[in-house]
Write a protein that binds this ligand. Structure first.
Ligand code: HSE
Length: 431
């Protein structure tokens, strides 16, 4: 029997437990493993009341679970980067298999955890740390093992994708949609990590280490959230044949790696553009296979529990001797890859200026753009005046982001321009 201890009986912990109860037989038929939850550590034991769980397997002390001889695999589901780290380190040192869904911890302290795991020859499962129920970690590790990965584009955060979808469908402003999402339970009361791109960046760090074998810090990723996106930009995007998504991107460019999370326009013909609501998707380009895409629920009790159970099976098969116990399961960080500075990015851009409607405005704007070698591909001016100002929208050809920012800074000082110019990258896809 494979004996599992779960630390944290919240949304994911209870989902994992339920799956192991409901699908025990089918998992056993498929894998040959008889899996049982033999210990649960939860501080708030009200979460376990009313469930048919034997009292003697419940504890408030995670260390009691980690040191229990009746636990083979420790599943850490409490989140955070301090206590969770201590539990994982202790479990590794106690020679228990370890599973975590904790993306922030892996993004910030993954190299410490995996070097310890290598030293102690302990398998670590982390399928649930990126995009909940989507088996993308295993896809990269196993299914795509024959490939050099050249790029990843992903919608890695369900909350922001839900907000962008509702803004697109209903034309409502960001704040109003966020409030609705919070009321409906699709956004946290403190949504900062989700809407400001940090959650997606944590997941991108893990995907990058896994795909490119290098160490990456959160500060290496250029991160921008969705709070500055306005319905008018979504509407212009639609007219040009694009959708705006919070896009996580990692792309090899020679010896460098470009890594960003920010709102971007993607063509409506790109498969990621139809990923709506709380769904996530990861589009991966392999040098042998070409493009692949993985889609599903990025959060939720049983979707994320499904990923945790897949790790329990993987580690269980090692413990049962079906797979070489020492086969490596984790992240390696030994390759040196230079991170490309965000300012050197080279893509087309969407620009929206709010300008007075009078002669000479366009020529002055385009003059400044020309000074920075930025070439315009399309210009439109339409819509009603707002307090005397109209939107002027431009699409540029590929431009160096740093040059574009300098040009915008100069344009924004012109007397006939109101507020800050909106600038959104256009990502046509990976080649
Ligand atoms: N908060 C995340 C999201 C789910 O909105 O996608 C957990 O990673």
């Amino acid at each position: 029997m494979i004996k599992v201890g779960i630390i944290g009986f919240g949304t994911v912990g209870s989902g994992t437990y339920n799956i192991l109860q409901k699908n025990h037989r089918i998992i056993k038929e498929r894998t040959g493993l008889d899996i049982a939850v033999t210990k649960i550590a939860e501080i708030n034991q009200d979460k376990l009341s009313g469930l048919n769980i034997k009292k003697d397997i419940i504890t408030a002390d995670a260390y009691e679970l980690i040191h229990d001889k009746n636990v083979d695999i420790v599943v850490e589901l409490i989140g955070g980067t301090t206590v969770a780290f201590d539990y994982i380190v202790d479990a590794i040192k106690n020679k228990k298999g370890v599973i975590t869904a904790n993306k922030a911890l892996l993004a910030e302290r993954g190299s410490e955890i995996f070097s310890l795991a290598i030293r102690y020859k302990i398998p670590i499962g982390f399928e649930a740390s990126v995009c909940g129920g989507i088996p993308v970690i295993r896809a990269i590790k196993d299914g795509l093992v024959a490939n050099k990965i050249t790029g990843i584009m992903g919608i890695l955060n369900g909350t922001s994708n839900y907000i962008m979808t509702k803004m697109t469908e209903e034309g409502k402003p960001f704040r109003e949609v966020l409030r609705d999402a919070q009321r409906l339970g699709f956004a946290e009361q403190d949504p900062t990590y989700d809407i400001e791109g940090i959650d997606a960046a944590h997941k991108l760090c893990i995907l990058i280490s896994l795909s490119f074998g290098c160490k990456i810090k959160l500060s290496d990723i250029s991160i921008k959230g969705i709070s500055g996106i306005e319905p008018v930009d979504i509407e212009f995007a639609r007219e040009f044949g694009y959708k705006i998504k919070l896009l996580a991107l990692a792309r090899k460019d020679g010896n460098e790696l470009e890594a960003r999370v920010e709102p971007a326009m993607i063509p409506v013909s790109h498969p990621l553009s139809s990923v709506a609501d709380v769904f996530n998707a990861v589009y991966i380009m392999g040098d042998r296979v070409g493009p692949t895409m993985f889609y599903g629920r990025g959060a939720g009790s049983e979707p994320t529990g499904s990923a945790v159970v897949s790790d329990i099976v993987d580690i269980g098969q090692r413990l049962a001797g079906y797979i070489d116990k020492n086969a490596f399961t984790g992240l390696k960080f030994n390759k040196k890859i230079k991170i490309k500075e965000a300012e050197r990015g080279f893509v087309p851009f969407y620009l929206r200026f709010m300008a007075q409607d009078k002669p000479g405005v366009l020529s002055q704007i385009s003059g400044i753009l020309a000074k920075y070698s930025i070439s315009i591909s399309t210009v439109i001016q339409k819509g009603r005046k707002e307090n005397g100002y109209v939107p002027i929208v431009m699409l540029t050809h590929e431009a160096i982001e740093g040059d574009l920012k300098k040009a915008i800074k100069e344009i924004d000082t012109l007397p006939f321009i109101k507020g800050e110019t909106i600038c959104i990258r256009i990502e046509e896809g990976l080649s």
